[in-house]
Design a protein around this ligand. Structure first.
Ligand SMILES: Cc1cc2nc3c(=O)[nH]c(=O)nc-3n(C[C@H](O)[C@H](O)[C@H](O)COP(=O)(O)OP(=O)(O)OC[C@H]3O[C@@H](n4cnc5c(N)ncnc54)[C@H](O)[C@@H]3O)c2cc1C
Length: 416
């Protein structure tokens, strides 16, 4: 029997690795099985577009059949366990798939940081179903509201997904003249935290221009079915002694800055490993639930590799690669080659993430920061306008062309 290689996950990391491995290996050297929960690759970094226009899903959900070669077998299923001693992957449906080499690329889950009530009441954005659900919730809230009593949509977290989702919700509001207030709540001191003040300022300007409210500097400490409580608000509201002193909900003064009533709450405030990672037989970080991986993507288990959001991939300087689409697709190129090298018993390559800059949409607008365009140096560090928009469209379309066809990329261009 030839060497068995298994790739789990159909995100950037999984789809990119499958393509790179297929390019690097001859069919008689190894058999590749690709396992993922859904039978399509989701272009997750543009999934927020579905909130505004559900029809965009045909552009961002690409059937795996269009990506893989005929020699690669696809198994649809959610992997719940890896037996690293027996070298077998098990799915929820009971499939068992043997491997000699395994790549884990299952992405990440939303982190709730133990915030009281958040998991129960917030929507999240990680899948196509999530995007559809957010669209429906925003639409319904708008239909049930009036101009004198607009619906309130709160987006928790002002990272890439929070800012871009808020932008799409605001575009939906404007396209449909829906009575909706949109507000981003970020616990740190600025939008797009821990980044250059120049790009933070450029994003803030576009959020203001799009009439998206921004609250920074107070963390969400509690959520219930009516409201989000910031900082110490829940203590103030529920009383120092707890429930006994709590006023009735109708007595809540929701005008208080620290208690924000909502109709729709979307939480994008952080990522963590999937629960199943505990049963993957590899060492993972206790706090983040993400798998430790060397710069070759090797994990603590023999023959098991991990990349993308799933992994904390070591870099030279005690840092780990960032959890971004950009990092996942760069890593996938090398991971595919390393799987082929492992099959041949050749030395593995080390990978180092190269930051190619940031492109972030706020609805129809885009902010570009520190972007390297192929072949020339862009003289301005942070900019918007048609050039930034074209670059963002170009990045998404290029990825789609790389994993499928130019025709599909051209078709997606208008909606990216
Ligand atoms: C709204 C939004 C906007 C973003 N914008 C940007 C951006 O502008 N730029 C950027 O660089 N990054 C952006 N990101 C982050 C980026 O999308 C992620 O870093 C990237 O998707 C990680 O790729 P991945 O392949 O590791 O995981 P994913 O893309 O999440 O793929 C994981 C895959 O594994 C499958 N899977 C999960 N669990 C299992 C299991 N147990 N068994 C089998 N299959 C499983 C999933 O179905 C999926 O196919 C954004 C993210 C979001 C949510």
């Amino acid at each position: 029997m030839s060497t068995q290689v298994v790739v789990v996950g159909a995100g950037y990391a999984g789809a990119g690795t499958v393509k790179a491995f297929e390019d690097a290996i001859e069919p008689d050297e190894a058999e590749l099985t690709w396992v993922s929960e859904h039978d399509y690759h989701l272009v997750l970094h543009e999934a927020h577009r579905v909130i505004r226009k559900p029809e965009v899903e045909s552009k961002v959900a690409i059937p795996v059949e269009e990506i893989k070669s005929d020699d690669t077998e696809f198994v649809r299923g959610r992997v719940t366990e890896v037996d690293a001693d027996e070298r077998v992957v098990r799915t929820r449906a009971g499939d068992e798939i043997d491997y000699d080499y395994l790549l884990l690329a299952v992405g990440s889950a939303t982190a709730f940081f133990g915030i009281d009530g958040l998991r129960e009441h917030a929507l999240t954005l990680k899948t196509l179903d999530d995007a559809r659900e957010i669209h429906q919730a925003v639409k319904t809230a708008g239909e049930e509201a009036t101009t004198t009593d607009p619906a309130k949509v709160i987006v928790g977290g002002a990272g890439l997904s929070g800012i871009q989702s808020a932008g799409e919700i605001a575009e939906f509001r404007d396209d449909h003249k829906a009575p909706i207030d949109v507000e981003i709540v970020e616990g740190l001191d600025s939008v797009f935290p821990n980044n250059d003040p120049e790009v933070q300022g450029a994003i803030r300007k576009r959020l203001d221009g799009k009439e998206i409210g921004v609250s920074t500097g107070e963390f969400i400490s509690k959520v219930d079915e009516h409201a989000v409580y910031l900082g110490g608000a829940e203590t103030e509201y529920y009383g120092e002694d707890g429930e006994g002193d709590a006023p009735a909900p109708e007595d809540i003064d929701f005008s208080d800055d620290l208690v924000m009533e909502y109709d729709v709450l979307l939480w994008t405030g952080g990522i963590t490993g999937h629960d199943e990672v505990d049963d993957f037989g590899v060492d993972a970080d206790d706090r983040s639930g993400r798998v430790y991986a060397e710069s070759t993507f090797e994990t603590s288990a023999d023959g098991v590799f991990a990349i993308g959001d799933t992994a904390l991939v070591e870099q030279d300087d005690d840092e780990v690669a960032p959890p971004t689409a950009q990092a996942a697709w760069q890593a996938a190129d090398v991971a595919g080659e390393n799987l082929a090298r492992a099959v041949r018993g050749a030395p593995l390559k080390s990978w180092r993430h190269e930051d190619k800059g940031t492109l972030i949409s706020i609805g129809e607008e885009v902010v570009a920061h520190d972007v390297q365009a192929p072949g020339f140096k862009i003289p301005v560090n942070t900019f918007g306008g048609p050039a930034a928009k074209a670059l963002k469209k170009g990045v998404a379309s290029r990825w789609i062309a790389d994993v499928t066809s130019l025709g599909r990329a051209v078709n997606a261009w208008g909606d990216m």
